[in-house]
Write a protein that binds this ligand. Sequence first.
Ligand code: TZP
Ligand code: MG
Length: 350
Amino acid sequence: MKNIYRIIDANANRISEGLRTLEDHFRFASPDKILNENIRNLRHIVRNSLKEFDGIMISSRESLNDNGLVLSQSSDTGKRSSVKEFVTANFKRVEEALRSVEESLKLINENDKSKSIEMIRFSIYDLEKQAVSKLNKNLPEGIYGITAEEFSKGRSNLYVAKEMISAGIKMIQYREKEDRKSRKVMLEECLEIRKITKDAGALFIVNDYLDIAILSEADGIHCGQNDLSVSDIRRLSSDLMIGISTETPEQGKKAISDGADYIGIGPVFKTNTKKDVCAPVGLDYLNYASKNINIPFVAIGGIKENNIEQVLSAGCSTIAIISEITGADDIKAKVNKLNEIINKYNKITE
Ligand code: TZP
Ligand code: MG
């Protein structure tokens, strides 16, 4: 009997350590307020579920006679080649330990308690899914190409997107407005662009319209300050990557605490592409973001061949561009030229 409590005790410690590590990770390294809070809540729930055994678990401890001690001290604890591997390993460790607690509780006829630990394990699986999907949402560096047929010299959005893809762009946003195209046509276009982005391994984001983002199986949605909020979007989709346009550090901080996956910062320079836009926010907010914003961010607004280097110098590595690309006579040549500037800048600052 005593040995069963030793097993429960050892696994309760593993669960608590694993969850604490994950909690800290989503607090400091990949900040996500909701994940951090959910993990903390579950850690408290596990703690409270096993509290009644505290006394007996502690009195059953015999650390010096633990023949697993040497083994656990020398086993692999650190080598993780990616953040995703690190996070997944900690979730697995927590899940295995929960499973072991469930089985041990059954052995001492604590079947109801075992069931409630099982329910917690299922919640952990769900959190793991959310955590991995969060980690999959890092932005590719380089150009984030955005469509706008109005500024594409009579060429279709699909044509422009194909050119962007063949020039190697790894993130494309479909941006059209209701007053120009019907939802039906927008969805048809998005389904096509989804196909080509998927084949090329590029991210596909839909501007404004959540129904179209979901129906076209986009990777994400991008919204402005007067569009659907992060929590509105989350009610209909737990997976979509969410980008929010911001014009000030305050809006940026709010988007982060709402749970946005990335923020747009702009307009950095003067632009004629967006009508309801504020005066340029310049490079100040970008400089602020590169020092203080700890989620991915993209610069947008009036970015062109002749000023992109200033955006790079402000510490921004993902750069959203509309008219400089959609309006270029030779889209591929324009993207190549922009990439040349980016690569040259990156080489110098390596
Ligand atoms: N949001 C802020 S500025 C802007 C948007 C959508 C328009 C950017 O277009 P361009 O042509 O790259 O200036
Ligand atoms: Mg919008």
